[in-house]
Design a protein around this ligand. Sequence first.
Ligand code: CA
Length: 426
Amino acid sequence: MSLEANNPNRETWLDTPENTDFPIQNIPFGVFITRDDIITIGTRIGDYAIDLGALHQLGYFENIPLTDDIFLQDTLNDFIADGRKTWRAIRNRIAEIFDKNNAQLKNNKKNRKTILFTLDEIEMQMPVEVGDYTDFYSSKEHATNVGKMFRDPDNALLPNWLHMPVGYHGRSSSIVPSGIPLHRPQGQKLPKGADTPIFGPSRRLDFELEMGFVTTAANQLGEPIKTDEAEEYIFGMVIFNDWSARDIQKWEYVPLGPFLGKSFGSSISPWIVTLDALEPFKTEGPKPEKELLPYLKTKGKKSYDINLQVGLQPQNAEETIISNSNFKYMYWNMCQQLAHHTINGCPINSGDMMASGTISGPTPDSYGSMLELTWSGEKPLKLKNGEERKFIEDNDTVIMRAHCQNHEVRIGFGEVTSQILPVYKG
Ligand code: CA
């Protein structure tokens, strides 16, 4: 099925702000609660949220095979499980409905009232029920920087790193959408020079600038996914802030990897931008530096040119932009990640979330964590209000943004905004 919805020349009859992340060519998917307290699946064009459940009930998706309640759900899991053919048919139809030259809904005031919401009339929810969450470690710059700080500057990359997309299983239960604040975690830490740990609030609280991808049901137990088929099983992407407590992490992570220093929270942007919408922004990633095993080889453009930005905003103060990076710096692409994940036969389900790992660029202003930006606290960042930061302080808000731009169209993700509250007092 063609990607009609991507036509860069299409205009919409809806009023959309200039430079919006959500032009009619985007058509992301999300879940929101309406002013009448109804939860529904929706899309967004400009600053309008569009109720897909209402569109379906009013017959706008006729001739597309869908169950009656496919959009009247509180997660996208079933819709995603319907597969790429359905996602494409729906995006194409939505593009038609809101096309400038289509008067059907435009001239139907009653239906418009049922279907369209302004953003202040809705509240975004988690778009999927995340069954399993896997976090990779796929930026060479990030792995090198962390290796230099945590281990050995001369052997920063561990021997396996250039041969496989290293990952670990995280907790899905603490993934929250943009706008939900998180408490500073407490835990065990080993003070410098001490041989016994202490307990207390993390003093090295950090963000990780990542992108996550959401899968459809892909394989049976025992059945690997090949790199050249992997894209069929990727529904779309979100911005992913993988909050990290560096002091807790450093003490606990040997030998089984990250645990409580990570599982207290991860924040995502609430609109899933489909891989189809990102098609015009495909690009080649870095060339492999070592010969890859056959199951990890990929051909052609498997990465995406997605501009990434991080802002830090202290309470009642202006935001300071502290990093500008790009998804295309990732050494391992999503197809390699999915192939590696399933090479042992591990099944992937609809609504699973795979995060990229911190995305750091080659220059210090493109690093994707405070750990790297301040080089473990040695070089504090100066903020616009005159304050300095080594790590994230109580009541700070971290804002991540992502968008793609070419000469024809801008496709964006909006933002994921989250505030850190003081330690939970009960
Ligand atoms: Ca991470």
